[in-house]
Design a protein around this ligand. Structure first.
Ligand SMILES: C[S@@+](CC[C@H](N)C(=O)[O-])C[C@H]1O[C@@H](n2cnc3c(N)ncnc32)[C@H](O)[C@@H]1O
Length: 276
């Protein structure tokens, strides 16, 4: 019997060759890298994110160990989404696993001109979030298994941003979600970024980290994680559990990720070994 086994090796902390050049380009396009340097339009954008982020109700506190809130109450992820939106001009934001809708609520209010689609496999959570977002015409909540939802989204939108946060059940859907995405920028929540301050998930012995990417049918050559020491224009007020995130571009130009001054590029080498 032939067994196909995928091995991977990952090199953490690899900085892109273009770091200096990319920082300069991003500074022209987006926020200054120093917290207090924001002026004009830039400051207004950060101010809008600040207002929406910290006024979103943290309903998820009833169960989530991080106390709920958008993106696990880590404003850095919200600022990163702002930047990626400007660079990629996404045509939709797709979240998997809405629970009580903290992140969905934030996204729908922060980006009222973009479709914000989310799902949950639990009908009560989906219904709760649907009611919570009833006054947001750009938001839509489905009760679906996330890989089916992702399959639908990937065939419907040209340039979607995915926020993959569906888990808790016996059947962790992340591998099936990733396999279904043909095009988009993907943020994976609770991802191992190799830093002790940032938590990550493990299901059935499989760490939510580069290992999962290596198991993809077509693993991406590189992935990105936020630099824990990067200077953002807003402080993170999450004093409890802070989740790591992994970022990959699938079927879209990865250059804006390489250029982002607060993202670290990691190379993911995979090979197929045949044993008998
Ligand atoms: C950590 S919570 C999501 C938190 C939410 N994204 C937020 O930011 O507030 C995980 C959610 O994923 C849902 N879930 C688990 N497996 C799923 C699947 N296969 N399809 C869709 N949702 C799923 C769970 O029911 C749960 O509500």
């Amino acid at each position: 019997m032939v067994i196909l086994k995928r091995l991977y090796s990952v090199f953490h902390g690899h900085r892109s060759r273009t770091t200096k050049k990319k920082s300069r380009r991003w500074e022209q396009r987006r926020m200054p890298s120093k917290r207090h340097d924001c002026i004009g339009w830039e400051a207004a954008q950060v101010g809008t994110t600040l207002r929406h982020f910290y006024t979103t109700a943290r309903a998820g506190a009833v169960r989530l160990s991080d106390g709920g809130g958008p993106f696990g109450f880590d404003v850095m992820v919200a600022l990163l989404v702002d930047d990626l939106l400007r660079a990629y001009q996404f045509d939709a934001i797709i979240e998997t696993g809405c629970f009580l809708g903290d992140t969905s609520d934030y996204l729908a209010h922060r980006y009222p001109d973009l479709p914000v689609r989310t799902c949950d496999i639990n009908s009560e959570y989906a219904l709760f979030t649907r009611r919570r977002l009833a006054d947001q015409p750009n938001a839509h909540v489905d009760c679906l298994d996330s890989p089916d939802f992702v399959t639908w989204a990937t065939s419907t939108y040209q340039r979607p941003l995915f926020f993959l946060d569906a888990h808790w059940g016996e059947a962790w859907p992340l591998q099936r979600e990733l396999a279904a995405i043909t095009r988009g920028v993907v943020l994976i929540h609770d991802f191992d970024i190799g830093h002790p301050r940032f938590a990550y998930d493990t299901y059935n012995g499989l760490v939510c980290g580069p290992q999962v990417l290596a198991l993809m049918p077509e693993p991406p050559p590189v992935y990105f994680t936020p630099d824990p020491h990067a200077d953002w224009p807003l402080p993170c007020l999450q004093v409890g559990r802070r989740a790591g995130i992994g970022v990959v571009s699938l079927g879209l130009d990865p250059e804006p990720l390489h250029e982002h001054p607060a993202l670290i590029c990691h190379e993911l080498y995979s090979e197929t070994v045949v044993t008998t």
